[in-house]
Design a protein around this ligand. Structure first.
Ligand code: SF4
Length: 362
């Protein structure tokens, strides 16, 4: 049984031809799945019975089980998904005015080892397939009322997207396709700790997605500590690749900076950040740290945050402070998976053991 979402349009066309079905059926099948949000092939009413039967015998739409679903007071919804091999990842749906943003995972676990992150605590198990990445988008879309659409995608969940570049670009290209999710490239962000060779490849890709670089430290010594993979890469190479991306795409670069109390929030750090950002067409997202059980880091106080922000804004840096939504449901990357076995005292409610709409085609 193949996962249909791993197929390209050409793969599906070839399969239809081989089975002597007309090829115009391919776009109908994609529409049913991506736009009409059906859960099974049997619901595809305008397809002949024989085609529905052939699809059911050859493919599955769903390869995961929803192990847990949580909903926060601010409406943020988070899914903990169990994959066919038992690996678990997290996906989040965020509501902000008329935006419906989804945060999607690219790997089971993460090898980058950022010291303050729950996702990297146990290393990486494997890359997700294109189909597994797309399936998260479909499952999150199904949480919306019928008259609402997904508006933004951020590849900012579990894993390092640029360590799984081909599957991530494949899935995002499908998400961008007007006949499928139809989400514009300016509304799709790939967030990375910075893998220069992959950033350069992205610069040559036909679609220019938004690039966000998780900086977290403004100098090599501190970044080597907070983002250990930096020791093998180095900030200067990352910034050179980012500049190349900007030259080719003209897309403003976003830098992400998780603010950790008394670690990377000193006056000197803010001034070093100014010198990195001022020469570039860039914006900075400052994210006050969301504490993770078992890790020693703290959120900065309001005063420290205001002081840090003040230095940057006075220097003319475009900056937003982004508070994590859904804090009480462990919306920070990797926390839900890590805490799955424990009772979540602050959850509003949780639905355990809920199945994906169609685990296997009937
Ligand atoms: S912050 Fe992102 S890159 Fe760093 S360990 Fe966590 S998931 Fe990986």
């Amino acid at each position: 049984m193949q996962h249909l979402l791993n197929l390209s349009n050409n793969d599906l066309l070839a399969w239809l031809k081989e089975r002597k079905h007309p090829t115009f059926r391919a776009s109908q099948i994609w529409q049913w799945i991506f736009q009409k949000r059906v859960a099974s092939f049997q619901e595809m009413e305008n397809l002949p019975k024989q085609l529905r039967q052939d699809l059911t015998e050859s493919f599955t739409i769903w390869s995961t089980t929803i192990a847990k679903k949580t909903v926060a007071t601010d409406q943020t919804q988070k899914l903990l998904l169990t994959h066919h091999d038992g690996g678990q990842t997290e996906s989040v749906l965020l509501f902000e005015k008329n935006r419906r943003t989804i945060c999607v995972s690219s790997q089971v676990g993460c090898a980058m080892g950022c010291l303050f992150c729950a996702s990297g605590l146990d290393g990486v198990d494997r890359n997700l397939t294109q189909g597994e990445i797309l399936e998260q988008m479909l499952l999150l879309q199904r949480l919306l009322p019928d008259d609402e659409r997904l508006s933004h995608i951020v590849m900012m969940g579990m894993g390092e997207p640029l360590a799984n570049l081909s599957h991530v670009l494949g899935a995002l290209t499908v998400a961008n396709d007007p006949d499928r999710l139809g989400i514009g490239t300016r509304r799709i962000t790939i967030s990375t700790v910075g893998i220069p060779a992959s950033i350069v490849k992205m610069a040559d890709y036909p679609l220019a997605f938004q690039l966000a670089v998780s900086l977290h430290a403004p100098n090599e010594a501190l970044r080597d500590r907070l983002v250990p993979v930096n020791k093998n890469i180095g900030l200067s190479k990352i910034l050179a690749a980012v500049d190349q991306y900007y030259e080719k795409t003209r897309r403003q670069i976003t830098f992400e900076y998780v603010l950790l109390s008394d670690i990377n929030d000193h006056t000197s750090h803010a001034k070093e950040l100014v010198s990195i950002l001022r020469p570039r067409n860039a914006m900075l997202n400052v994210i006050p740290y969301n504490p993770v059980a078992g890790l020693p880091y703290q959120s900065p106080s309001k005063q420290r945050l205001a002081h840090f922000k003040g230095i940057l804004t006075e220097a003319g840096i475009t900056l937003k402070v982004r508070h994590r939504k859904g804090d009480e449901i462990n919306a920070a990357c990797g926390q839900l998976r890590r805490n799955n076995a424990q009772t979540q005292k602050k959850e509003l409610y949780s639905i355990e053991g809920e199945k994906s709409p169609e685990r296997k085609s009937p």
